[in-house]
Ligand binder design. Structure first.
Ligand SMILES: *[C@@H]1O[C@H](CO)[C@@H](O)[C@H](O)[C@H]1NC(C)=O
Ligand SMILES: *[C@@H]1O[C@H](CO)[C@@H](O)[C@H](O)[C@H]1NC(C)=O
Length: 370
């Protein structure tokens, strides 16, 4: 009886908000979306990461929640478990394959040697494929609920939201190993690999895509402080203009490719998400939005001496810990590379209203074609 009533209740709730009901999120990308893959696989994220929201490190490169956490919240879904987290994961509402330091370009020895991650987008796709295949097999074979209790339902793979958030490390890798001209020349190939990943997900049954563009890499404190813009190469905000132009070029080509994919992948809905504009308007109007200088990161220190957030270094013979600032909510940059929870929250609100989306349909109003 209680079951029947709750089924009715759920049915009526779904009836009233059917449009926004994504049963799951599958996410692929880099540290901007990683909710614990790299922390579980390599070395654990250390304090003071996580201090603001979770009160302890939570596998995320921030003091608190990421944009993807705010999106999950908006869709009334729990925080997304990382596929590689063998300890605490529950994939009943999706899985996160995003891995810090990963690229779209398949990782080879040179890329890994330069400090980037072996879990590139192609590997993340294999992981998704395996999760899907093995989930389907387990539902077919075992009717034992203990086995499937923390797995998604097979029929929900085609109804889920597929989020992609990558590209920043491809640009970064290019910038640290080659010239700006070479990075620019490499963009079409990177975009093709990105498009291939979208098509492969589509062949796997994905229909609803949320494709985030790449942020203003030329505004990251670690870059601006370590290699300040050369004369004439600072934009009106103080970011490195030519680096941001590379991100803009990447985004332009990505947007064009997404339009082409709309005609090719008939049953798909592809939303292009302009994270760049949201982040750039926050950085360029930091004071107006209640933040301090956007080039001063809250945790750790770059410039005259270097101490990474959560690590120690010896400076002038004294050991210094890369500690948090007194009020992370006033900072845009958490550790020089990644954004604070306060900034992520601001950016998430800017994109969730729909104005920076193409087409401009808010996430809660997205409906599939099928
Ligand atoms: C996984 O999460 C779902 C939905 O939140 C819940 O119903 C289920 O009991 C969880 N499974 C485990 C093993 O914790
Ligand atoms: C290290 O020593 C130099 C030279 O005395 C000084 O200018 C600098 O502020 C010191 N740095 C720190 C972090 O104490």
């Amino acid at each position: 009886m209680a079951v029947a009533i709750s089924v009715l209740l759920v049915a009526s709730l779904l009836g009233s908000s059917r449009a926004c009901h994504f049963p799951a999120i599958y996410s692929l990308g880099d540290s901007n979306s990683d909710t614990g893959s790299v922390s579980a696989t390599f070395s654990r994220v250390r304090p003071p990461y996580g201090e603001t929201f979770f009160g302890k490190p939570a596998g995320r490169c921030s003091d608190g929640r990421l944009i993807i956490d705010f999106i999950a919240n908006q869709l009334k879904l729990p925080f997304l478990s990382s596929y590689l987290d063998a300890i605490e994961s529950n994939f009943s509402h999706g899985a996160n394959f995003a891995a810090s330091g990963s690229t779209i370009e398949p990782a080879d020895g040179t890329l890994i040697g330069a400090g980037f991650n072996p879990l590139s987008l192609d590997i993340q796709l294999l992981q998704f494929q395996q999760l899907k295949e093995r989930t389907n097999e387990l539902y077919d074979q075992a009717k034992n609920p203990d086995v499937t209790d923390r797995l998604p339902r097979p029929e929900e793979f085609s109804k889920a939201l597929y989020m992609l958030d990558c590209g920043q490390n491809d640009l970064y890798y290019g910038l640290v190993t080659t010239t700006e001209q070479q990075v620019k020349a490499s963009i079409p190939n990177i975009i093709s690999q990105f498009a291939t990943a979208i098509e492969k997900l589509y062949q796997q049954g994905a229909r609803m895509f949320w494709i985030q563009n790449t942020g203003p890499i030329g505004c990251l404190p670690i870059i601006v402080i370590n290699s300040p813009p050369k004369p004439g190469n600072a934009d009106q905000t103080g970011c490195i203009k030519s680096y941001n132009e590379l991100a803009q070029e990447f985004n332009k080509q990505l947007k064009d490719r997404v339009s082409q994919l709309r005609t090719k992948l008939h049953a798909a809905r592809l939303t292009y998400v302009d994270i760049y504009s949201a982040k750039y308007s926050l950085i360029s109007e930091a004071h107006k939005h209640g933040f301090v200088n956007p080039f001063i990161n809250c945790c750790g220190h770059f410039g005259d001496y270097r101490v990474e957030c959560g690590k120690s270094a010896v400076v002038n013979g004294t050991e210094i810990f890369g500690a948090s600032c007194s009020d992370p909510s006033k900072h845009i940059s958490w550790d020089g590379v990644h954004y604070t929870e306060a900034a992520n929250n601001w950016v998430a609100n800017r994109i969730l209203d729909g104005s920076l989306l193409d087409p401009p349909i808010p996430i809660t109003k997205l409906v599939s074609k099928v």
